[in-house]
Design a protein around this ligand. Structure first.
Ligand code: ZN
Length: 103
């Protein structure tokens, strides 16, 4: 693996670049690749948020009753979602059939 040099975007001095996302400048301490670092941080944040605020996320340390309630909750949620879709399809089919009968 070859080491390359990178110009610091903050102070303009050259330093060794080990290709790490969180590499900082030895001269001024700024991130050498702020764009990539921000992106990585953002992705981490999104994952973290999904884990903590996600709907009815079952965690390993939940007790069995909570876990069961969460499972029922997400089951009801999905059934409702699909149930509504089915009702719409039925209505659409009935409208079409009604139209055909009227012809
Ligand atoms: Zn610098």
């Amino acid at each position: 693996m070859s080491q390359s040099e990178i110009k610091c975007p903050n102070c303009g001095k050259w330093s060794k670049w080990t290709n790490r996302i969180d590499e900082t400048c030895p001269h001024c301490g700024a991130y050498l690749d702020p764009g990539r670092f921000m992106y990585a941080e953002e992705q981490k944040g999104i994952k973290e948020r999904a884990r903590t605020t996600g709907f009815l996320v079952i965690k390993k340390d939940d007790d069995p009753v909570i876990r069961l309630l969460k499972e029922i909750g997400s089951w009801i949620r999905w059934t409702t979602f699909y149930g509504i879709s089915v009702i719409y399809i039925i209505i659409a089919v009935m409208v079409i059939l009604y139209g055909l009968v009227m012809l």
